[in-house]
Each structure stands twice: as C-alpha cells, then as structure tokens.
Design a protein around this ligand. Structure first.
Ligand code: GLC
Length: 545
C-alpha cells in the first residue's frame, strides 16, 4: 500500500480528508536535557510523523506562559515560551513540517489569559486603566463574591482584588482570568495575535473552551452565552479570512444541533468541534466517578452524531487528548489484549466520517500510569484530592479515581526506545515515564510489522485511498448487541463494513450477506474465523456498480 498520498491543501476543505496528530510538547521529545520537551524535539521527530502518514499537527500551547495550567495560561500570544525554544525554532518547525506535507495547527486559548499577561497586569492597576475592561470585573466586598459560581478546577470562580474593591471572574484557575469578549478592543487584540501566526504559515487553530467565551456571569451562564455565534462569526471574518484555515473548537457543551451551527460551512463559524458526549458515557455525573461503558449507548451516540452531521456539518473523531485517560486502559484491555484492543478501538474510530485526531502515544498503545499523589503535577488532580479528602472520601477511593481519570495519565513522556527515560530526555523528566516503556516504545513498534503503529499507518492510508471512509453515509448494525460494534458505510459503488468485538470473549457475529466475498481491507487477526475472537476487528469492502 502506498505509504502516503499528499493532500491537495489548495482545496479550502482539505482538512476533511486529513488526519491530525496532537503533540503535547512538554512530553514529546526533549533535546536540551532539561527534562522538558521542546520545539527542536518535534523537528527531530518529523520523520517519524511522516512515516505514520499524518497531515497536520495540533500543537498544544507553546506560547509564553507561567505554566500554571501547562501553557493554557498564556502571558504573551505572540511569543514562544523559552522552555520550548525560540521564535526561530518555531519558524523552523513550521517550514520543516510543511516540506513534509504536515500543517501546524496551534492551540489558542481565547477564553482567558494568564494573570501575568501584561493586559491583566494593567487591568488590575485601576478601574480607569484602558485594559481594565479586557477582563470581567464585578463589585463586591471581601466576604461576598458576586455569586456562588464555582471554577472548573474547584473553588470560587471569583477572586477579590482589594485595592479595586472588585472581583475578577475565572472559570478555571485564579491564575487564568477570563477575557471580556463584550469589549471590541479585546476582540481586536486577539484577532491581531491570530494574524501574527497565520502570517508565519500556521494553517489552523484548535480553540480552547471556545463555547465559553460569551459567558454571562450575572446569569450564571458559562457555555453558549447569547452572543456566542455572533462572536464566532466575527472571529471567522476578522481572523481567518484566508480560505483553507482549519479551526476546531473545544466545546464540552455541544449537542448535535449546536455542533451543526458551529460547523455548517455556510454559517462561517468553525470547521468542526470536539464534542464529548461519547467520551462521557462511562461516568456518573463527575468524570471521576467511573461506571462501566454500556456499548449500545455508545453505538447509539456515534450513530446520532454520524447521521446528524452528515452533509450538514463536520465531525471530529477522537478518543484521546491531553485531558483524557488513555483509551486502551479505558475501553480496551491494557494487559493481555493491549495490542488487539488498541487496534480494535482504532478501527472503530477510523472507519467513521470526520477528521480523526491521534494523541501522541496512542499509535503505540500507550497506557495509563499509577503514581503516588505526590508525583502528580496537574493542579486538577491535587484540587480533587484535597476536596474529596476534606469531604471524608477514603484515600484509596480517591486514588482509584485519579488512576482511572487523572489528566496526567495522558501527559507522561512519549516512549521512544529502551534508553533511560525512554529516550524522551537525558534528564529526569518533569513527570515520570511509564515503567512499561521497556516493551511499549516507538522503536519496538517500528521494528514490528504487527505493531499498533503500523496498524494506524494503514488506517490513515485507507482513508486517503477509499472515499467511502471520508464521505459515506452511516448505518448501525445490531444496535442492541452488547459486545459487538458494527456498522456499514456507503458511498457510490463502495460499501464498507466495520466489525469490532469490544470484549475479551469469543462471540458470534453474522456478517451481512452483501459482504459475502468482500475484500478484507484490514484486520487485527491474521486469519478469519466463524466467531469474533477477543477484541477482533476488521474492515470489509465491496465494490458493486
Ligand atoms: C481546556 C484544555 C485544558 C485546560 C482548560 C483551561 O479544557 O484542554 O487542558 O486546562 O481548557 O484552559
């Protein structure tokens, strides 16, 4: 199979055929021996990414930042944090990636800045300061915040500044004050920063918590405020006038109707959104409270999104990112059937319509980690630990939640080889390497034709080769089956059947008759049997006029 078909990026919607790869730069590759990943490290690994066959990199934030929330607290939108390198390194990365047909998509945090951003330093000087209104302030007294709104990472969403006798609003950490999108001057300042990057050759943006920019704290509204769509249309008009810029909004609140509004091309808002309905199905209320995945519910959810946006919007496809635990540990089996289940999950996802996103290490089947509380870095984990201990939850139970759901599961260093620190760094990394790097690493995967890596490479190539994957419609098979996820995609004369056993059992499954004699495009077992073996997955194709 051809290794890679370059996309024609002069097509404005090239991203509909693309596969993206998310890099969390702090954990990807260190080259200067400080235990932290850097831009030169990404440049060093471009060959690896080209071999995988991806078309674009979503780069988690590399902007100047005090790193209170790992870069999602930006103190200068037009500067590179020295921890990651220099502006020259960034320009070099953009050029070197482009040469390989890889676009760079930056991660923009437009809902809030760092409290160390010069705008905020000015804003808190006085109520009359021209930057004061770049943020969201309300009057108050030291013990009466404007209301009882809570921040996502715990505690009040209001922080008092005594000399102003005002509170500022923050949906996340106290060090992440919310920007005031009601102010046109603020919006313009952001558009200018965006154009700074498109001028440098950046080809798209992932927009952090973008559904929260139109907050209305007086009505306790965070997501989907009444001016949200108006703001997004202005953002599109003012900041992304060039055709071909891809935008993907992070929208925890989006349902299908809302996602259609965001991604319908004629509305000129966003290319697509990350919605989280599927990934929240195995939790009861809060993400820390895990419940078993009910497969029929997952299948119904996928069906609704596939059918709901078909021809009317666009889906993003993902199981993993820097905020989510590793999918093979979550819905697969990260011990006995690690390889088979990682491939099965990939098959289920990469057979769908939409733009797939692979999170670093997912293509190796990297797993969750279990650390003692003191070894975690993520402030969200520590806030949870403190809050639940205070509420009297037993420590063992809290640790189970963190091991299953903590964000640091995804943030452990990339496992490159069997050298010390997995070839990520020559120094002790900022977060421990998963001890399983001796067996799970990129070098071992590249050397093994049956690895998860080469399976992902084939899935990416299949999407380029068979238009039915990118364009076909979607029919769910056996909706009530609690063990098998199977569906059919159809486009013109091509018909694709994707069959996935989500369990460690051997189960019966009747392939639809119209797939008799079909070609097997890909499978995670070498031969075919009458039954589906543990985590077996396959993709069948028939071409009939
Ligand atoms: C998004 C990011 C997450 C960050 C939060 C606040 O959810 O993905 O990592 O902590 O926004 O910026």
């Amino acid at each position: 199979m051809a290794n890679r078909t370059a996309l024609d990026k002069t097509q404005p919607d090239w991203w509909k055929q693309a596969v993206f790869y998310q890099i969390y730069p702090k954990s990807f590759q260190d080259t200067d021996g400080d235990g932290l990943g850097d831009l030169q490290g990404i440049i060093k690994r471009l060959d690896y990414l080209q071999t995988l066959g991806i078309d674009g990199i979503w780069l988690s934030p590399v902007f100047a930042s005090p790193q209170a929330d790992n870069g999602y607290d930006i103190s200068d939108y037009c500067a590179i944090d020295p921890m990651f390198g220099t502006m020259d390194d960034m320009e070099h990365l953009i050029r070197a990636a482009k040469k390989r047909g890889i676009s760079i998509i930056m991660d923009l945090v437009l809902n809030h800045s760092s409290d160390e951003h010069p705008w905020f330093l000015e804003a808190r000087k006085s109520r009359e300061n021209p930057y004061h209104d770049f943020y969201v302030w309300r009057d108050g007294t030291p013990d009466t915040p404007p209301n009882d709104m809570q921040a996502v990472f715990g505690g009040s969403a209001w922080t008092y500044v005594p000399h102003l006798r005002q509170y500022y609003f923050h949906q996340f950490l106290e060090k992440q004050p919310d920007l005031n999108w009601e102010n046109p001057a603020l919006r313009n300042a952001l558009y200018q920063a965006i154009r700074f990057w498109t001028d440098k050759g950046i080809e798209g943006f992932r927009l952090d918590v973008i559904d929260q920019i139109a907050k209305e704290p007086d009505r306790k509204i965070t997501a989907n405020g009444s001016r949200l769509h108006e703001f997004l249309q202005e953002l599109h008009r003012e900041a992304f006038p060039q055709a071909g810029i891809v935008t993907v909004g992070e929208t925890w609140s989006a349902d299908i109707d809302r996602a259609r509004l965001f991604s319908a091309p004629e509305r000129k808002e966003l290319s697509m959104v990350f919605q989280f309905e599927h990934i929240c199905l195995d939790q009861a209320g809060e993400k820390w409270d895990a419940i078993p995945l009910d497969l029929p519910r997952l299948k119904d959810c996928v069906r609704r999104w596939q059918q709901g946006l078909h021809t009317e919007g666009w889906n993003s496809l993902f199981f993993n990112n820097h905020d989510l635990p590793r999918i093979v540990s979550r819905w697969g089996d990260d011990t006995t059937y690690r390889v088979a289940s990682a491939k099965m999950l990939a098959t289920m996802l990469h057979g769908l319509q939409g733009t797939p996103y692979i999170y670093q290490g997912e293509e190796l089947g990297m797993t969750n980690i279990r650390l003692p509380i003191t070894a975690y870095v993520d402030p969200e984990i520590h806030n949870l630990y403190r809050d639940r201990l205070a509420k009297g939850v037993p420590e063992e139970e809290i640790m189970q939640s963190i091991w299953a759901r903590g964000r640091d599961n995804a943030r452990t260093p990339m496992q490159w080889n069997t050298e010390p620190f997995a070839g990520f760094s020559t120094a002790e990394p900022w977060l421990p390497v998963n001890p399983n790097y001796q067996t799970i690493n990129a070098q071992a995967a590249l050397d093994d034709p049956d690895s998860v890596f080469w399976y992902y490479q084939k899935l990416i190539a299949l999407r380029k080769r068979y238009p039915v994957i990118g364009r076909g419609d979607f029919t769910l098979l056996c909706p009530q089956d609690t063990r098998v996820f199977a569906y059919v995609r159809r486009w013109n004369e091509q018909k694709l059947c994707v069959i996935c056993n989500f369990t460690a059992e051997t189960v019966p499954f009747a392939v639809p008759e119209d797939f008799d004699g079909a070609e097997t495009l890909l499978a995670n077992y070498k031969d075919t049997g009458a039954m589906l073996r543990p985590y077996e997955a396959k993709m069948l194709l028939v071409t009939a006029p």
